[in-house]
Design a protein around this ligand. Structure first.
Ligand code: AMP
Length: 124
């Protein structure tokens, strides 16, 4: 049996997103800096669907600590920047799924940036 790399208690040191960040797996990069990368979601839920991923492999938002405060703020600013640069700065959604029960499937913190269609509230 192959161990998943994307469970919170995985013995593997690398998540799927870490492998993309390290260029061990392909990713469609639209932005990167010293703290994070932004890639296109492989299964987009909207015309614009980007993932803002910190280089630091925090499994879930709920695993972040006060030492991550500046990083978390940076991720939000990058989310806004890439939405604006994609021409969607006036109407976009930023979402974080925290835990399997909330739909998280990759246990490396990431912000979804969705735009380009009407976005209803609340999400399903
Ligand atoms: P979540 O369900 O919140 O953990 O989000 C994980 C997201 O990663 C989903 O929207 C997937 O479509 C996306 N995803 C999974 N594999 C890849 C990949 N190889 N490249 C880009 N996005 C991916």
């Amino acid at each position: 049996m192959t161990a998943s790399t994307d469970k919170p208690d995985s013995p593997s040191p690398k998540t799927l997103f870490q492998k993309i960040i390290d260029r061990e797996l392909p990713g469609s990069f639209v932005y990167e800096d010293e703290q994070c990368v932004v890639i296109k979601d492989i299964n987009p839920g909207a015309p614009l669907h980007l993932l803002v991923i910190p280089r630091k492999p925090i499994p879930r938002l709920s695993d972040a600590t006060p030492e991550d405060q500046a990083l978390l703020g940076h991720l939000l600013l990058v989310a806004s920047q890439v939405a604006r640069e994609a021409g969607c700065g006036e109407a976009f959604r930023v979402a974080i799924n925290n835990g399997a029960g909330a739909g998280q499937s990759v246990f490396h913190l990431h912000l979804h940036v969705l735009a380009g269609r009407p976005l209803k509230w609340p999400p399903g």
